[in-house]
Design a protein around this ligand. Sequence first.
Ligand code: ADP
Ligand code: MG
Length: 444
Amino acid sequence: MKSSSSLQKRLGLGLTLGMTLLWLGATVGAWLVVQHELNEAFDSALEETAQRILPLAVLEISNREEPREAQHVATLKMHNEYLTYLVRDASGKILMQSHDANPKIFSKRPTEGFSTSQKYRLYGASALRQTLFIEIAEPLGHRREAAREALFALLLPLFLLIPVSLLGTWLFVRFSLRSVLAYRRAIEARGVGDLSPIKVARLPAEIDPVAEAVNHLLERLRNALEAERSFTANSAHELRTPLASTLAQIQRLHHEAPEGPLRVRAQKIENALRELSRLSEKLMQLAKAEGGGLLSETPQDLIPLLAHGVDEWNQHSGQRIVLQLPSQASVYSTIDPDAFGILLRNLIENALKYGATDQPVQVSLTEQAQLRVVNSGPVVPESVLEHLTERFVRGHSEISGSGLGLAIAKTIVQGVNARMKLLSPATGRQDGFEVCVWLPLAPS
Ligand SMILES: Nc1ncnc2c1ncn2[C@@H]1O[C@H](COP(=O)(O)OP(=O)(O)O)[C@@H](O)[C@H]1O
Ligand SMILES: [Mg+2]
């Protein structure tokens, strides 16, 4: 399966990239306009300066005694000129120049209007019917610097906007998706058997139909399971009476039959019927374990329940069970007492049935509501052990059984959100079998 990518990440990157591209586009557009306007302003200044100087130059040249002599205009104070100019006649002879002017940057013959050389922007104007020309040069570097600075000023906010947009989108999406996260948590927090509808307030419109569909599905699933469960429970229940009456008939037949093959056969049928009624009993227990309601509203003290259960078994089994209780007076758990009874019955039944008959069965409960049932006997290999809790899976073929006992125990344990572990050999021993259940402690 392709690993799913985060919506937060995708939106954050996508929106930031989109914003950056748009910003760059806008910057280029704005920069082109600014550049055009700057050129116009600079050109107009150049032209204005030429028009201003020209009449003064004409006046001065015509007042000279030797008008055709070139002359540097003296400065009041030494400085680097930003604008330099030449005044020439039509043949290109220099009549006047600003003190910094370099004649090489001007063309050989004076021209009018604007022109651009590699490094300078030039403007020429004439006076006295094109006999006197003034040309002004402005280094292009200056304009380029202005354009560069404008571009930089436009780009600068982008460096701030990118992280702000990434963080902003991330936070905003996280904020908008918080109900979806709550929905996920609600699903995750559910117990195994909980098929009730999932309720989360105000999901986004895109997710709401999904949640609704999930609830429909849960409902259909719940109905299907309910039907299956009630069928199992009902059939097991319906079988009880006919089984009991047939058993009674067979027992009578057994007693009345003369010594011989007929009596043996009646005995066999009786055994088979007992087996059948045990199976129907197990099916009822399984239906109850799957039916939910395994947690009780009020916390139950496990100690009297356990003591009573063990006592009952001991009366039938010749005191084979050794019970070990915590020093604490009571251990409260949220498990339903009936469910606890079924769980205990199945574990003790197994321990008595499969454990070495000359050895005691140890049942213990800790203050942390950890129940252990330990018996001696041969070690069960790991490969067999891991499948024993499945339905109708059995290890011993000589001893009769249904293969449902551990499956019932596991269903109950899962239904109360507890944990169960099978161990063989038992802890601290070379042999035997141990079942360990961590029951849910009631919050004190
Ligand atoms: N206390 C135990 N000691 C040894 N083996 C056990 C014990 N409990 C269960 N088993 C093994 O697990 C199998 C499954 O047990 P269970 O689900 O109760 O079914 P059943 O008892 O009807 O066979 C048993 O057949 C047996 O091989
Ligand atoms: Mg069993």
